[in-house]
Structure formats: C-alpha cells, structure tokens
Design a protein around this ligand. Structure first.
Ligand code: FPP
Length: 227
C-alpha cells in the first residue's frame, strides 16, 4: 500500500494525512475483493523497517491501526470477512496488539474472505524465524533434518494456513518486493501501478485482475504442456 506520503505531500499535508486516506482504499479493496469471491487478501500495513520512520509517524500509524480496527470490525462482520495477522505481533505497542487481537477474535467465525494484515512483518525475519524453529526442533530430536522439504519449511512460516498469493499489487510506481512474502511470491504474478494508495479504488483492482487474467501461469512448464 505504497504512496501515502507522496499523496499527502501533493496536497500540502503531513504524511499522516495520506495514511488516514489510505484507510478508504483498504475499505474499498476489501469490499471489492470479497464481492468478487477472492478468498484471501493480504495487506502490507507495517514493515519491520517502518520502525525507522520518525517517531511521530510511527505513533500516528499505530494509533490509526487501533482506531481503524475498533471502528471497522462492524464493517468486517457485515461483509463476512475474517481478520488475521502475520508478523512479529508481540512487539507491537500494547494498545495496537490488544485492538488487533480483539479484531481477530470478533471476526473469527466469518468465512467469505480472510483479510490478513502484515504488521511488523518482514520476509527475512519470517524466514530466519522458521529456520531457527526448525533448528531447535532438530536439536530436540523432534524433526529429522534429512526429511526437510519445501512443504516442511512452509509449515514454519507465518502463512502456513494460507495458499500462496496468486497476484501481488504494488501501488505508487515502485517496482520492488521490499522484503514482502519472499518465499510465498515464488510463482505470484506481479502487478505494478502508478496509482498512489489513497487513490486506489475498486476500478483499479478490477484493472489489475483483468491484467492478471491475461497472464499465462506456467509454473516452470512450457505453454504446450498447459494446453
Ligand atoms: C506506505 O506508504 C504505507 C504505509 C507504511 C502504511 C500503510 C497503512 C495504511 C494505509 C493504514 C492501513 C490501516 C489498516 C487498518 C490496514 P508510504 O508512507 O511509504 O508512502 P510514500 O512512499 O509516498 O512515502
């Protein structure tokens, strides 16, 4: 969800104004995704590296998260959307952590779509954590190192209960992965748009999905093998 800061700057406003308007785009994207039958929507809301931003911006983002989660649980329930989160959640400020856990608890029986917030998340953190957990289990004799395969590794990732993403959308003209779901994106289609996140609306999601539909997903095979 990139481009909030630039969007605010264009309007002569503080960066936080962009984040606040980014919430509208989150609402539209979540609603449109659920309407279309998309089962999993993951939003990169705060990266491990985002702690390095000015304290004022970090605090405002954390407050925005608490306020939004408290306000939007009703909308999530109306849309039958279950909230979940990935990342180093224990290190979030206590208030944000509490609001997040409450949002997850209050929506846990919803089943139309799962909306996963990546919070205090970075893919390298996740991969290192998985390696650490596996190493400990090997040492304790609970895991046989010779039996470790792709599938084993996946079970130690924060996304173990979710399928790999089919499409990744990055806004604001940046064409990077920026430490996001590095393992899971192996065969994901990437879509980049110049639209700044606060301007992202249903129509932009539809454009991304139409583009996605024209892609040939070969998963390493040849075109002829797919026919
Ligand atoms: C990146 O744009 C955006 C963020 C670091 C924050 C995204 C968070 C929200 C939109 C709030 C979402 C709230 C919920 C509950 C999901 P940037 O600040 O890096 O923009 P720039 O590249 O223009 O500086």
């Amino acid at each position: 969800m990139d481009g909030n800061g630039r969007w605010a700057k264009q309007q002569g406003m503080a960066r936080v104004f962009g984040h606040r308007n980014g919430v509208k785009a989150v609402r539209e994207t979540a609603e449109a995704s659920a309407e279309l039958g998309i089962e999993y929507l993951t939003l990169f809301a705060f990266s491990t590296e985002n702690w390095n931003r000015p304290a004022m911006e970090v605090n405002a983002l954390m407050k925005l998260l608490v306020d939004t989660l408290s306000k939007e649980v009703e909308t999530l329930n109306e849309n039958d959307i279950r909230l979940e989160a990935i990342g180093d959640l224990d290190k979030l400020p206590a208030k944000s952590h509490k609001a997040l856990l409450k949002g997850i608890e209050d929506t846990k029986t919803n089943s139309r779509m799962t909306m996963i917030l990546a919070l205090n998340y970075s893919a390298r953190w996740e991969i290192v954590e998985a390696a650490r957990k596996m190493a400990i289990e090997v040492k304790e004799g609970k895991l046989d190192a010779r039996q470790i395969e792709d599938k084993t590794f996946e079970n130690y990732l924060t996304t173990k209960n979710y399928p790999d993403p089919e499409l990744m959308i990055r806004t604001s003209g940046e064409q990077r992965i920026s430490n996001y779901l590095l393992w899971q994106l192996a065969y994901t289609e990437l879509y980049f748009t110049d639209v700044l996140w606060p301007d992202f609306r249903k129509q932009h999601l539809y454009e991304a999905l139409i583009d996605f539909q024209s892609r040939e997903r070969r998963f390493g095979k040849t075109s002829e093998q797919l026919a």
